[in-house]
Ligand binder design. Structure first.
Ligand SMILES: Nc1ncnc2c1ncn2[C@@H]1O[C@H](COP(=O)(O)OP(=O)(O)OP(=O)(O)O)[C@@H](O)[C@H]1O
Length: 596
């Protein structure tokens, strides 16, 4: 595992709060009415908060005035206010959390949908664990912080405004003192907020790295144990975890700093009010007003303290949101056209194609040219790393950004709709890809046009009826993850049946090198011949029998085609690379049917 591959953008800047909120609001469009209604509920909560003491005071005044009727009305009014308060408070809390949950669920689906449309180069740079952190943990963190924070933030913000109003009405002269605090609070909140966001971004990055390492470690545990690398891997994990711990501690530090700054400002403001009150306003201010004033100043700082606390929570949510949007806004999808392939017979041509995986990577294909017609089989041959599989990856558009032209049915790949193109290519990989599900689903791949009859037809063509008959449940047989309950020969036959059932005009095959018993080998060879019939076939071939039967052999070395011809032509080429490869494979391998 490469430590730099954390799936992160390099040191990312901060997207403005407004930018993030606007993006979130756009995603939340279906919930807009519920959000607005819950905000109305919240406003009602603040009003009932304010009304409760007023109604109480009015009621108490009626006792003094001995107005029984008014006192009774006050009691009823108090009940209404209490009920309203209860209803609006619970309504707000329920509606806001439901709305957040819905929006975040949509966001999570959007992230997943976006990620699975990315081109393969995107995944080369990002380990699965780190991507999982973004799709699951970041969304989860956002949901948690929003649920925990926003509901009370809005109430606190309204309380601050209400207390300010009360202070101004008590003595507006004295209230000018508060102006000293405003810029201080603003500066402190901005400064700490900026740092907090950066630190929370670090926390999330470190968490992604930690999860990435853990996912790859557990996924590759067999290799780790075989090479006795458990302690080394655990040591690296500790280092990564230390980074996470450090980032979390630093963010807690700024959180605490913000809180203590606010405490200090509260103290300063109280002192300023005392100084101004007893010096400049002495005699102009009743002592009772002064006491009430100081009490309200103290109360004013309660929601401000709460807000400063929640500000850290908001920064946490914004950091998670920023990472989610950075991912969703990464445009790393294949550039594709609109044209759809209609023909059932398609030729494939590479014209002076050169390619490198990364912009600064080495050229892995150099000036590759060949033309393959329907009914023809071309075998790609060459030593490991010579570029054989890369040709297939370009053809299926797993990667783009090549120089030259790749044409299918005479059309440049970039002009074609990528789904239409892939629907016309049957890919049979060396690593057999089966998933947990029925045998039927593994062959039809949920294509509704492939019914049981077609599935059985494909199975018969690859001579695998005996296999299905032996499996418990036949087509309903439940295949385990990665075909865990099937032999490698059986898995290959199923994948061949899949290729046949989809009846694609182009076949791209990476022939398996693993030896199977001679009976299965014979079935597989027969299955391959069936797949090849009338198709345009490009095969990364490893068996001499397959290579010798190909119409053309393309011999690759370091990304270049160095020889091209039939088996007979190439074998008799004086000093030829292919002839040498055949000779050395015969000398080195007991089973001469397996070539390279
Ligand atoms: N995703 C990738 N990112 C960067 N380099 C890659 C990637 N995949 C392959 N390469 C490089 O491209 C070159 C060609 O690889 P390719 O898989 O096409 O070779 P191959 O001939 O099919 O090898 P093999 O027979 O071992 O499968 C190699 O040097 C390899 O290291």
């Amino acid at each position: 595992m490469n430590k730099t591959m954390t799936g992160e953008t390099p040191e990312s800047g901060i997207i403005s709060n407004r930018g993030l909120v606007e993006r979130f609001w756009a995603i939340a469009k279906p919930e807009h009415p519920v959000y607005l209604f819950s905000f109305f509920m919240m406003a009602l909560t603040s009003m009932t908060d304010l009304a409760r003491p007023l109604v109480l005071k009015w009621g108490l005044d009626q006792i003094e005035a001995e107005n029984i009727a008014a006192l009774q009305s006050a009691a009823w009014l108090f009940l209404v206010v209490v009920l309203l308060d209860y209803g609006s408070r619970s309504g707000f809390s329920y509606l806001i959390s439901v709305s957040f949950l819905r929006t975040i669920n949509r966001l999570r689906s959007k992230v997943f949908e976006h990620v699975i449309h990315m081109k393969m180069a995107f995944f080369d740079r990002r380990p699965v664990g780190a991507l999982m952190t973004r799709t699951i943990n970041d969304c989860e963190s956002l949901a948690e912080t929003l649920r925990a924070g926003i509901a009370t933030i809005l109430v606190d913000a309204v309380s601050v405004l209400v207390y300010l109003g009360v202070l101004i009405s008590l003595d507006w002269h004295l209230s000018t003192t508060l102006l000293v605090a405003a810029p201080l609070v603003w500066l402190v909140v901005r400064w700490c907020g900026h740092r907090l966001r950066l630190k929370y971004l670090d926390v999330r990055k470190a968490l992604a790295e930690s999860n990435g390492w853990m996912a790859e470690g557990i996924g590759g545990v067999e290799i780790l144990q075989l090479f006795s690398q458990e302690s080394q891997s655990a040591g690296t994990y500790k280092t990564i975890n230390r980074k996470y711990r450090h980032a979390t501690i630093t963010s807690n530090f700024y959180d605490a700093l913000l809180y203590s700054f606010i405490e200090a400002i509260a103290g300063l403001v109280t002192a300023a009010v005392l100084i101004v009150g007893f010096n400049m306003r002495f005699g102009l201010l009743e002592i009772s007003t002064m006491i009430v004033y100081l009490d309200v100043v103290n109360r004013l700082f309660t929601p401000i303290r709460e807000l400063s606390n929640k500000y850290a929570t908001i920064q946490q949510a914004l950091a998670a949101l920023q990472r989610i949007f950075e991912l969703v806004e990464t445009k790393d999808t294949i550039q594709q056209g609109e044209e759809k392939l209609q023909e059932r017979r398609l030729d494939v041509a590479f014209d002076k194609v050169s390619f490198r995986y990364g912009s600064d990577g080495p050229l892995v294909l150099k000036n590759i040219s060949f033309a393959l017609k329907p009914g023809q089989v071309f075998a790609l041959v060459g030593q490991t790393g010579s570029g054989k599989s890369t040709i297939g990856k370009l053809l299926t558009r797993a990667y783009d950004g090549y120089e030259g032209h790749v044409l299918v049915g005479g059309k440049e790949l970039k002009q074609l709709d990528v789904h239409s193109l892939r629907g016309h290519i049957a890919v049979v990989h060396q690593d057999v890809e089966l998933f947990p599900g029925s045998l039927r689903e593994n062959i039809s791949m949920f294509d509704p046009t492939i019914d049981d009859e077609k599935v059985m037809w494909a199975i018969r063509l690859v001579k695998a009826e005996h296999l299905v008959a032996r499996l418990n449940g036949g087509l309903d047989y439940q295949v385990r993850e990665d075909g865990g309950n099937l032999s490698s020969g059986q898995m290959q036959l199923i994948v061949f049946a899949r290729a046949l059932a989809h009846d694609a005009p182009i076949v791209l095959m990476d022939e398996a090198t693993a030896s199977v018993d001679s009976v299965t080998e014979a079935w597989i060879q027969e299955a391959i011949q069936q797949i090849f019939k009338h198709k345009t076939v490009l095969i990364v071939a490893h068996r001499l029998s397959t290579i010798a039967a190909a119409d053309q052999i393309l011999v690759l070395k370091s990304g270049e085609i160095i020889e091209q011809g039939t088996h007979e032509e190439l074998q008799t080429l004086p000093g030829g690379y292919y002839a040498e490869l055949v000779e050395s494979s015969k000398l080195n391998k007991k089973d001469s049917s397996v070539f390279v």
